[in-house]
Design a protein around this ligand. Sequence first.
Ligand code: ADP
Ligand code: TYD
Length: 218
Amino acid sequence: MKSQENTNVQAKRGKFIAFEGIDGSGKSTQIRLLADRLRDEGVSCYTTMEPTDSPIGSLIHHIMTGRIKTDNRVIAGLFVADRLDHLLNEVDGIVPKITEGTTVLTDRYYFSSYAYQSVDMPLEWVIQANSQSREILRPTVTIFIDVDPDTAMDRITKNRFSQELFEKRSRLAEVREKYFQIFERFREEEKYVVIDGKRTQEEIAEDIWNAVKEYFVL
Ligand code: ADP
Ligand code: TYD
């Protein structure tokens, strides 16, 4: 009887799908397309992102746009705090949503911290600092949309060149390499799929659908 109850609770829980990739890889586009498709199939679905629009997330946005200056270690800590609030917030937290049976699609989760923050500080520190989030909730599956930095830069900025863009391109190249190193490291523990993001939106959406549909009873 008890195991039957457990099975029912598991079946009722929503799925949690994290999207990862360098800036401009097409995450938000694909989240929109997947959410539409899931809703068409009758799946209750909520989309969200990190950094969030909470007070902690707003602080991160102010730092990233240069309005507030601080150290990289401070930003890393803020991402950790923003993520925990993203999970646990009583009003719109991910954990309450999943528990009530809603599927959650997030634009970025802890793999973003692993890849982006480990460029400036030790990966071990970043993993340890995010260990609470990972204990609380691991994604059902992480979708990594892979594009090369030039394609990403073309999509983000059209026909502009500046030192700043040059720096951004080389940072995106570093972050992409970090993603691959990290996925290799977590190969046994995490479920992830690498999707070729250098195709049409429709082709990519179809691949993503084929990667996730097994998690839904449709
Ligand atoms: P991200 O959320 O990963 O930063 P977006 O989904 O916002 O990426 O996409 C960045 C830009 O690239 C947008 O202008 C979007 O319309 C465009 N874009 C998204 N997917 C593709 C694609 N497959 N091919 C060409 N352009 C795309
Ligand atoms: P955003 O404007 O939302 O970009 P995107 O549409 O590409 O996701 O800004 C998110 C930026 O924050 C992006 O450059 C990645 C960075 N970031 C981190 O460095 N660490 C993190 O933990 C997260 C969630 C994001």
